[in-house]
Write a protein that binds this ligand. Structure first.
Ligand SMILES: C[S@@+](CC[C@H](N)C(=O)[O-])C[C@H]1O[C@@H](n2cnc3c(N)ncnc32)[C@H](O)[C@@H]1O
Length: 235
């Protein structure tokens, strides 16, 4: 985990529930692929459960941190872009957690990723995404400025510009301390559930379920949700 990630992505404490969910929807002991595996927070636990796990990430630094974690070597690390999914073989489970799928910055990349994932899935295999529904209130104005932290010696701001046509968000976390100001940039593209369902359909995948969380809470559109797309058998 880099300093950037610590600021921009407060670490979820949901690994156990995530692994229990993934075990439920995936064929037992199948090959599994995590898109944007990072330092293996979820993938290492899944490997401990007997899955043959591959982790794809654009950042060699993240993959190096995974390799030195206990059991990190149990996850096969591949450096690459998950818009392309250039990995060997097929999988019974492909998944991306912590909203990582939205780090693909354009609709074109997101559509391509769905198609590449579908091509790597075995018939009956599952594509699982943990995402959020964008808050329409934040999209009323094209810019949002939030103060995340005010402490005696540190102020953290989050400034975001929303492009409502492309759905791209250009964001900076600005950390101000006595010793200076640091910038942590991030660009992502949000997509509505209906658009994701359409991407799945274009790729030949079927919507199976959408839950309000890993413990199969009802889906309300608040907070993080989990969606399962399945590759039909016989196609
Ligand atoms: C929010 S972190 C999540 C890491 C890990 N899955 C977890 O839950 O702790 C997102 C990860 O996606 C990776 N990433 C972002 N865009 C990517 C891309 N286009 N292709 C591959 N990896 C990407 C980043 O390097 C980072 O490790």
């Amino acid at each position: 985990m880099t300093e950037h990630d610590a600021i921009a992505w407060p670490v979820a404490q949901d690994e156990e529930a995530a692994v229990a969910f993934l075990r439920r929807v995936a064929p037992a002991g199948c090959r599994a692929l995590e898109l944007g595996v990072g330092t293996g927070r979820v993938a290492i636990r899944l490997a401990r459960e007997g899955f043959d796990v591959t982790g794809l990430d654009a950042s060699a630094v993240m993959l190096e941190q995974m390799a030195v974690k206990p059991d990190g070597e149990r996850v096969k690390a591949v450096t690459g872009d998950f818009a392309e999914v250039a990995v060997e073989g097929t999988f019974g489970l492909v998944y991306a957690v912590q909203h990582s799928f939205f780090l693909l910055r354009s609709q074109e990349e997101q559509v391509r990723s769905f198609q590449k994932v579908a091509a790597r899935l075995e018939p009956g295999g599952a594509f699982v995404l943990q995402l959020f529904v964008p808050d329409p209130n934040r999209l009323i104005v094209p810019q949002a400025n939030d103060v995340l932290q005010i402490e005696l010696k540190q102020v953290v701001l989050r400034v975001s510009k929303y492009d409502r046509v492309t759905q791209a968000v250009n964001r900076q976390y600005v950390v101000m301390t006595e010793s200076g100001t640091k910038f942590y940039p991030m660009v992502f593209r949000y997509a509505w559930p209906a658009e994701l369902d359409l991407m799945a359909r274009l790729a030949g995948l079927e919507l199976e379920d959408r839950w309000g969380g890993w413990s199969q809470e009802p889906f309300t559109g608040e907070g993080s949700y989990t969606v399962v797309y399945r590759k039909p058998v016989g196609k």
